[in-house]
Write a protein that binds this ligand. Structure first.
Ligand SMILES: Cc1ncc(COP(=O)(O)O)c(C=O)c1O
Length: 362
């Protein structure tokens, strides 16, 4: 008898490989591989987590009422249109399950976040990548890839791993060019780090169009990646579809409590943004001074290109790892000559720059 076989597409998925977190023989590891906050969670979130520990025998609030209300107040949004998930990863998968199926197409940009092709293939859809220009999403190239089969367009803004972003008017141009039946998902996981006047996370587009969703996360600036909580701001019909499809208790009670507390700690978020505002440009300049190419980034990470030959990205990765610094290798993104490095605190950035200077000079 034949063994059970997964549905078409599943075995074509290249499993997502998370950033490394351990180096054999190194005690103090500086993990710069997953764009986590170097400041950690807010002390208020930690307090909420400790309090939540006593209530672990109870199911969580399946409607995520407290955090949706808090998000509504903070961002001026309608809580009824917010759907929470176990990280924005879960929301990306739910959207793919709800809106794409076998033989249909899911569109994204060439160096877009890897969960887009993974979630497309998970539902038997065909992942379609549009070429980028200079490591930046190209609106016209995306529109040129639309076909009758396109169901979803995932846009990371800013994008991981390139760090580039589309200005508000460029996103508006993209929306204007989309057929109404194609759902645009603006993945704004790094929105809180962006300090550009011409940037918008896209909430106003969600309110103006029935085919635009914005996803956000508590994993990045809020320092709660371990809790797994993200949210989507949706047109009412999309919120309804996702609420039917999601598991009834998809976000843990501790994640909900921690997120409410983290959202209220404005000073902690400001400190994380300020750290980034200082050490992102500092690290960019320091690495460019030693001859490396750094893509301009508005996120909390940089994409660093290494030369071919002896000083290549793999050699740099090994050199850094031997000294306890873990960057992210970019082979899975088809950027094998680059490493992605999360912006850390001063001490870690100074050590990173000194170590790479030694590597390039050695
Ligand atoms: C662009 C982008 N979207 C979504 C995610 C998923 O984040 P989470 O599932 O932790 O919310 C990430 C994480 O690296 C990301 O870089």
């Amino acid at each position: 008898m034949n063994a059970p076989t997964p549905r078409p597409g599943i075995l074509g998925i290249e499993p997502y490989k998370p950033g490394e977190s351990l180096v054999a023989g190194v005690e103090r590891v500086i993990k710069l591989s997953s764009n986590e906050s170097p400041l950690g969670p807010s002390p208020r979130a930690i307090k909420a987590l400790v309090a939540a520990a006593k209530e672990q025998h109870l199911y969580p609030d399946g409607t995520c009422e407290a955090i949706r209300s808090a998000l509504g107040r903070r961002h001026g949004l309608d809580p009824a249109r917010i759907v929470c998930g176990a990280g924005s990863d879960e929301l990306i998968s739910l959207i793919a399950r709800a809106y794409a199926g076998p033989g249909e197409e899911v569109l994204f940009s060439e160096y877009g976040f890897l969960m887009y092709p993974i979630s497309a293939m998970g539902v038997g859809a065909v992942p379609v990548a549009a070429p980028e220009k200079g490591l930046k999403t190209d609106v016209e190239a995306l529109l040129a890839k639309l076909t009758k089969k396109t169901r979803i367009l995932f846009l990371a803004n800013p994008n991981n791993p390139t760090g580039s972003y589309l200005a508000k008017d460029e996103v508006a141009r993209l929306v204007a060019g989309l057929p109404k039946a194609v759902l645009l998902v603006i993945d704004a996981a790094y929105a809180e780090y962006v300090t550009r006047n011409d940037y918008s996370s896209g909430a106003e587009l969600v309110e103006a169009h029935d085919n635009v969703v914005m996803t956000r996360t508590f994993s990045k600036i809020y320092g709660l990646a371990g809790q797994r909580i993200g949210w989507a701001y949706c047109p009412p019909a999309v919120a309804d579809a996702l609420n039917r499809l999601r598991n009834p208790f998809n976000v843990t009670a501790s994640a909900q409590s921690a997120a409410v507390a983290a959202l209220a700690d404005i000073a902690h978020v400001d400190a994380a943004r300020t750290n980034n505002d200082i050490w992102l440009p500092w690290a960019t300049a320091a690495l460019e001074r030693i001859g490396l190419k750094v893509a301009p980034s508005v996120g909390n990470f940089i994409l660093v290109r290494f030369p071919a030959g002896r000083k290549n990205a793999d050699a740099a990765n090994d050199f850094l790892a031997a000294r306890g610094i873990i960057p992210r290798k970019m082979g899975a993104y088809k950027l094998p000559h680059s490493l992605r490095i999360t912006v850390g605190v001063e001490r870690d950035m100074r050590f990173l720059a000194a170590t790479l200077a030694e590597f390039m000079g050695a």
